[in-house]
Design a protein around this ligand. Structure first.
Ligand code: DX5
Ligand code: ZN
Length: 216
C-alpha cells in the first residue's frame, strides 16, 4: 500500500488542530511538515514550535521536510520536537554522509531531497545509507504549483538504482500531486505521495486522501 502524506502547508493555521484531527481519522499514515527559512527557498513557513504542537495532537508519522540552509544545525531540535523522519536538501548540504549518520544517531529516519534540476544519480554513492529519497516535483517554496513531468523519469531511474542496492529505500514525491498524476507515480514505484492543495482545498479532504491512496 502506498502512503499519503498530507502537507499542512495548505492547512488552516487558525484551526490547525481541526485539520490534524481530520488527518488522524483519515487513511493518511504520515503528516508532511514543510519548514522554510526564506533563504534556501523564497518563502518562510513555520518551524520547531509547530512540529512540537502537531506532535501533541497526533500519533501519525511526522515527515519533516527541511527547506533551510545549514539543516544540520537543527537536527536535534526537530528530533526533540517530535519528528520521526527528517529530510534535508542535497543542494543545502556539503556533508551528506555525516548528516545522515547524525539523523540516525538521533533516532530518526533520514531522507535526502532533490530539487527538480538535481539528477537522482548524484545519490548513487550515498543511497545505501538512506531510508528515503524525496523527489521535488515543483520548485520548493510554495504549495499549489504545477507538477513537473520530468519527475516520472527521475522516479523510474531511482527505482532501478534502489533495486540494485537491494535495500528498502522509499521514494517520496512532493509538489503538484493530483488525481491525474498520482496513479502514474504509483505505477512508477513511488511509495509516498505528498499532497497539500489536492487534500486541503478539496470539499472533502478525507475522501481526497482515500482517492489518492486507491488511485492505482
Ligand atoms: C513545496 C512543499 C510541498 C507543498 C506541496 O515547497 O515542499 O510539500 O506543500 O503542496 P502541493 O501539494 O499543493 O503542491
Ligand atoms: Zn514538502
Amino acid at each position: 500500500m502506498p502512503i499519503i502524506a498530507p502537507s499542512i502547508l495548505s492547512a488552516d493555521f487558525l484551526h490547525l488542530g481541526k485539520d490534524i484531527e481530520m488527518i488522524n481519522s483519515s487513511q493518511a499514515d504520515w503528516i508532511h511538515i514543510d519548514v522554510m527559512d526564506g533563504v534556501f527557498v523564497p518563502n518562510i513557513s513555520f518551524g520547531i514550535p509547530v512540529v512540537k504542537a502537531v506532535r501533541k495532537a497526533t500519533s501519525k508519522i511526522l515527515d519533516v521536510h527541511l527547506m533551510i540552509v545549514q539543516p544540520e544545525k537543527y537536527f536535534e531540535a526537530f528530533r526533540d520536537a517530535g519528528a520521526d523522519i527528517l529530510s534535508f536538501h542535497y543542494e543545502a548540504s556539503l556533508h551528506l554522509n555525516r548528516s545522515i549518520a547524525r539523523i540516525h544517531e538521533l533516532g530518526m529516519k533520514a531522507g535526502v531531497v532533490l530539487n527538480p534540476h538535481t539528477p537522482v544519480t548524484v545519490l548513487s554513492d550515498i543511497l545505501p545509507e538512506l531510508d528515503l529519497v524525496l523527489i521535488m516535483s515543483v520548485n520548493p517554496g510554495f504549495g499549489g504549483q504545477k507538477f513537473i513531468d520530468n519527475t516520472y523519469k527521475k522516479a523510474e531511474i531511482l527505482r532501478k538504482m534502489i533495486q540494485a542496492v537491494g535495500k528498502d529505500i522509499m521514494i517520496e514525491v512532493d509538489g503538484g500531486v493530483d488525481f491525474i498524476n498520482a496513479p502514474k507515480l504509483l505505477n512508477t514505484g513511488v511509495d509516498v505521495l505528498v499532497a497539500g492543495n489536492t487534500v486541503f482545498n478539496s470539499a472533502d479532504p478525507k475522501a481526497a486522501i482515500l482517492k489518492l491512496l486507491t488511485s492505482l
